[in-house]
Design a protein around this ligand. Structure first.
Ligand code: NDP
Length: 296
């Protein structure tokens, strides 16, 4: 391996430390404790793990964690009423509805019922619009984490050629907007892109958010490029259940200048950025200065 490893675990710890410092200042100087409410509907095992982990890390940085667990059969009006209650609760600065929701619930309707100022996932249509027009928004956590790591490694991203593989609303599109905001020349690739290897070979920065195990081989990577692997895929290898990303780590690390591993790359940054967004939302709600380096 020749690439430098971009250690998301260590970087996430430094983000959490910054968040904790800011939380303690908010408590001491302003008597405010930021609060994050997480709503889980149903018993999806992966969602339960995420929610537990979010709650634990929220408390560890000194914030209040409020959890609402609802039955899988919860009617939509009951969920909307809970969100309205949280929207109006001054002790709640961030609201996250864990996705995916059970099929009978309209995901767009539910997300757009969250107050945009408390939408710490950054999925509300107002935040999507604000990000798209270069205004102050709540930014989706995973792409925000990728951006922080890229800025930390490169300093300025201005003028770099970036290729984002994947155009989902939660990763690919907001990632492209953030890179554009940092003056990259951005190409967004997807399942219909012609000659993907050729497109990727032009990139100084490759962000892979596809959901296909090890799809990007090393010979697609330009020498010295930076590779950010968002993918989280579980596969069987040598009789073991292992986590791999969307890029073939071994061959990409031979060509790249820097690369994020899976696990331990982008993954840990997502929850760290959720905490960062919550403290940012709390500062904005109270008309206080926002923490430096925790927003886009
Ligand atoms: P989606 O399934 O919503 O989107 C996948 C995207 O990949 C689509 O735009 C799709 O194109 C594109 N795609 C699929 N196949 C190909 C192909 N052969 N060539 C080029 N593009 C292709 O996934 P998400 O964005 O939600 O997630 C992507 C990955 O990131 C997953 O592995 C997920 O687990 C992971 N993830 C990790 C997070 C973290 O915290 N680290 C957080 C969120 C996601 P099209 O639109 O044309 O169908």
């Amino acid at each position: 391996m020749t690439a430098q490893l971009m250690d998301g675990k260590a970087f996430a710890a430094s983000v959490r430390e910054k968040v904790a410092g800011h939380v303690s200042r908010l408590k001491e100087e302003n008597g405010i404790t930021p609060g994050l409410a997480v709503v889980l509907v149903g018993e999806d095992p992966a969602s339960q793990v995420y929610v537990r982990s979010k709650g634990k890390q929220t408390v560890e940085v000194g914030m209040n964690s409020i959890e609402h667990r609802l039955d899988a059969e919860t009617p939509e009006d009951k969920l909307l009423a809970l969100i309205e209650e949280l929207n109006n609760d001054p002790a709640v600065h961030g609201i996250l509805v864990q996705l995916p929701l059970p099929k009978h619930l309209d995901e767009d309707l539910v997300i757009n019922s969250i107050s945009p100022q408390k939408d710490v996932d950054g999925f509300h249509i107002s935040n999507v619009g604000l990000l798209g027009t270069g205004q102050k928004a709540m930014v989706p956590c995973t792409p925000l984490g990728c951006l922080m790591m890229l800025r930390d490694y490169h300093g300025s991203l201005s003028g770099m050629d970036a290729v984002v593989i994947g155009r989902s609303n939660i990763v690919g599109k907001p990632m492209a907007m953030l890179l554009l905001g940092d003056s990259c020349t951005v190409t967004v690739a997807h399942s219909r892109t012609k000659d993907l290897p050729d497109v990727v070979r032009r990139a100084d920065i490759v962000v892979a958010a596809v959901g296909r195990p090890e799809m990007v081989p090393g010979d697609w990577i330009k020498d010295g490029a930076t590779v950010v692997d968002v993918g989280i895929n579980r596969i069987e290898r040598d009789g073991k259940n292992v986590l791999v990303g969307d890029v073939d780590f071994a061959s990409c690390a031979e060509r790249a200048g820097a690369i994020t591993p899976v696990p331990g790359g982008v993954g840990p940054m997502t929850i760290a950025c959720l905490l960062a967004n919550t403290v940012t939302a709390c500062c904005r709600a109270n008309g206080l200065a926002e923490p430096e380096g925790l927003t886009a």
